[in-house]
Design a protein around this ligand. Structure first.
Ligand code: NAP
Length: 291
């Protein structure tokens, strides 16, 4: 008798990380074993075209969650993008996963969430505690910063010949979204039991924003320096650039966290999962300039 291959579901599958996780999974398992869960089916038509089953799972509509997880063995909970609302959203997913009998829940937390100085860590700590209480077997994927968080600002930096922030000379062990996605996929398909593991996922190399500015200058041939600012001044600049107050405050607070070493990690755990080094500073900047 042959057994039915186990299914892996990804929440937030219409987002940037979710799509990359699915691409990484497709290199090893067939589309028929993947369930993409999204809050808006219209945004997932390309996934349907890849032969992937798409189901609705909206963190804000708990009634959608348990049905979406039926028949699924492993679930990747990609943390929600609505900062401030994430604890009840994630709790609803965890409760639905418990009811649906999920055998392994992987959660995208934050690097060193248990001791991180970043304000963002609070919701991740609550989610990790909810996982512990739930009884659902889980693995923590504590992600550091995406390189893209910074490289997205390269065009603005080139306009002003300056990269702004409040990160001081804090070292950031960033990796690309694709690196984190591949690491998540590797944990989901690993033969070794992942339950109870805590991965501190950080880039193999750490960089300061001064080093980033120097690399942008080197590759572009234009002068670009890093201007470090007090937290409130940086927040005001971000608001002036059109960011909502809450997001600007969160970004400025995160930079202060960086200045305290909050996004520095030893590295090595992503590359151990993926089998290759994480993205270099040079390649991050080159890729972003090409995009
Ligand atoms: N490590 C880092 O540097 C870093 C940086 C930014 C964010 N993050 C965290 O990592 C997560 C993934 O990053 P990303 O780059 O993929 O972000 P993203 O592109 O913004 O994707 C977020 C995903 O969450 C989904 N989502 C939001 N609210 C939801 C709800 N109520 N129910 C179901 N799905 C919902 C979004 O759905 P829609 O497609 O319908 O909008 C989207 O698919 C983020 O959500 C955030 O928690 C990490």
């Amino acid at each position: 008798m042959t057994s039915t291959p186990s299914k892996i579901a990804i929440t937030g599958a219409s987002g940037q990380l979710g799509r990359l996780v699915i691409d990484a999974l497709l290199k090893t398992i067939p589309a028929s074993q993947i369930v993409a869960t999204v809050r808006n089916l219209e945004k997932a038509q390309d996934l349907v075209a890849k032969g992937i089953e798409v189901r609705v799972a909206d963190y804000d509509r708990p009634e959608t969650l348990e049905p979406a997880f039926q028949g699924v063995e492993k679930l990747l909970l990609i943390s929600s993008s609505t900062v401030g609302e994430r604890v009840p959203q994630h709790q609803a997913v965890i409760e639905a996963a418990r009811r649906a009998g999920i055998k392994l829940l992987a959660y995208t937390s934050l690097l060193h969430a248990d001791r991180s100085p970043l304000g963002l860590a609070e919701e991740h700590r609550h989610t990790e505690a909810a996982l512990k209480e739930s009884g659902v077997p889980y693995v923590l994927l504590r992600n550091g910063w995406y390189a893209e968080n910074y490289t997205v600002s390269i065009p603005v930096a080139l306009q002003h010949n300056a990269f702004l922030g409040s990160a001081g000379e804090g070292r950031i062990s960033w990796a690309s979204r694709a690196d984190y996605a591949e690491a998540a996929a590797a944990a989901l398909i690993a033969e070794a039991d992942q339950a109870g593991r805590v991965y501190e996922l950080a880039g193999d190399q750490a960089y300061t924003l001064s080093e980033l500015a120097a690399e942008i200058a080197r590759q572009s041939g234009q002068p670009v320096v890093y201007n470090d600012m007090p937290e409130d001044a940086y927040q005001a600049v971000l608001v002036g650039a059109g960011l909502p107050e809450g997001l600007a405050a969160m970004l400025a607070d995160s930079d202060i966290g960086v200045s305290k070493g909050g996004l520095f990690g030893e590295g090595g755990q992503i590359s151990a999962l993926t089998g290759h080094p994480t993205i270099s500073l040079e390649k991050s900047v080159a890729q972003a300039r090409k995009a």
